[in-house]
Each structure stands twice: as structure tokens, then as C-alpha cells.
Design a protein around this ligand. Structure first.
Ligand code: GSH
Ligand code: GSH
Ligand code: FES
Lengths: 104, 104
């Protein structure tokens, strides 16, 4: 589908992608974690896209098995949600994943 | 207003009240914290009340200054949101507040 192609293009064009909702504290947590690490993630706010939002959320579920937000990708690879991302950070693995995909 | 009277009655009838949303992880965190402490909170899921949900959220904002969920009350007293409640718990103050209002 065209929406699925959109997602794949977004994931290949951007090192860090976060599918988020503006009102969601878990989404905010993950966005500020990346900022703290000096990374500028590409954020897609699903609640600000009208009817496309829920459709996108469905596409993401098809692609990743995850229907919740935040939905985090690094270098096109599905990382998970807020808890998963924070866990990786505590293990020190997040920063290595980030250095793998960018030139920093 | 009648909705405001409803809230006041709910707060006086129940030791612990949580205004919540079913999809919200911060709300889930606070609900399970109380369960872990052996407390059965009175939970009001604002997203399951049709148009009354947003109206209730407005009443709560008038009463507490807080427009977000979760919105937590102990013994009728406004505690705050998830972060505030977790903070109180870490300081050991949550359990004393709880023992003040109940017979446990
Ligand atoms: N453990 C997951 C929880 C994800 C979750 O439950 N997200 C909620 C919002 S906090 C959600 O997507 N609810 C359904 C929705 O908003 O469509 C994480 O850390 O990201
Ligand atoms: N620091 C606050 C954050 C509260 C917050 O931002 N809540 C979000 C959901 S996680 C909210 O109410 N957003 C607006 C809404 O859902 O109406 C807390 O710990 O409770
Ligand atoms: S909506 Fe509350 S934490 Fe996501």
C-alpha cells in the first residue's frame, strides 16, 4: 500500500524515527532521551494527521507487530517502545546503535 | 454543576481515586503502584465515558489546576499525576498518606 511505502521511505531516509502522539508522556520521554543523547529524531505525530494517523498505526502494527506508541526505529531497525528504548540505554547499547548508523 | 458534585461525591466516598485513560501507560503505572501497595483504588476511565469524559477532565482542571491524566486523590486530597505519586512513594510518604486515610 502507499502508506506502507511511505513508512519504508521514512525509515530509510532517517537514522532515528519515532512514531509518537503529542499528548503521550511515554512518547515525550523517548523524544527527550534522544535529544539528551544529541540526536535529532524524525518524529511522526500520529494524532496530528487526521484519519491517516490510525491507518499509519495499523501499518506499523503489520510491519512490527507493535500497535502502541511510541514506536522507535534506529537505522531502519525496529527498536520497540519507551520501555525497550530506556532498557537499551541503561545497558549502554543505545549509544552504540546510534553510532553504528550515524557519523557521530 | 452536577458533574462537579459527582466528582466531590466520588472523592468523599473513596479513599483513593484515580482519573485515568485505559490506553495510557502513565495511568497504568499509577494503578499498578497502588495495587502493589495493597490498595484498591476507585478508577474512573475518562476515555470510556463518551462525551462526559472530556467534560469531567475540565471539571478536574477547575478543581485542581491539573488537566492531565492520571489525576490522583488520596483521602479527597489532590496528589497529582504519575510522576508526583511515584516521587511521594520514593520518599516513603505515599504509604503514610494511605495509612492516614484507611484503617490499614
Ligand atoms: N511498554 C510500552 C507501552 C506502550 C503503550 O502502552 N503505549 C500506549 C500509550 S502510553 C498506547 O499506544 N496506547 C494505545 C494508543 O494510544 O493507540 C512502551 O514502553 O512503549
Ligand atoms: N507529569 C505528568 C504528565 C501528565 C501528562 O502529560 N499526561 C498526559 C497523558 S500521559 C495527558 O494527560 N495528556 C492529555 C490528555 O490525555 O488529555 C504525570 O506524571 O502525570
Ligand atoms: S498516553 Fe499517557 S503515557 Fe502514553
Amino acid at each position: 500500500s502507499r502508506l506502507e511505502e511511505n513508512v519504508k521511505k521514512t525509515l530509510s531516509d532517517n537514522h532515528v524515527v519515532i512514531y509518537s502522539k503529542t499528548w503521550c508522556s511515554y512518547s515525550s520521554e523517548v523524544k527527550s532521551l534522544f535529544k539528551k543523547l544529541g540526536v535529532q529524531p524524525h518524529v511522526v505525530e500520529l494524532d496530528q494527521m487526521g484519519p491517516q494517523g490510525p491507518q499509519l498505526q495499523k501499518v506499523l502494527e503489520r510491519l512490527t507487530g507493535q500497535h502502541t506508541v511510541p514506536n522507535v526505529f534506529i537505522g531502519g531497525k525496529h527498536i520497540g517502545g519507551c520501555t525497550d528504548t530506556v532498557k537499551l540505554h541503561r545497558k549502554g547499547e543505545l549509544e552504540s546503535l546510534l553510532s553504528d548508523v550515524s557519523d557521530r
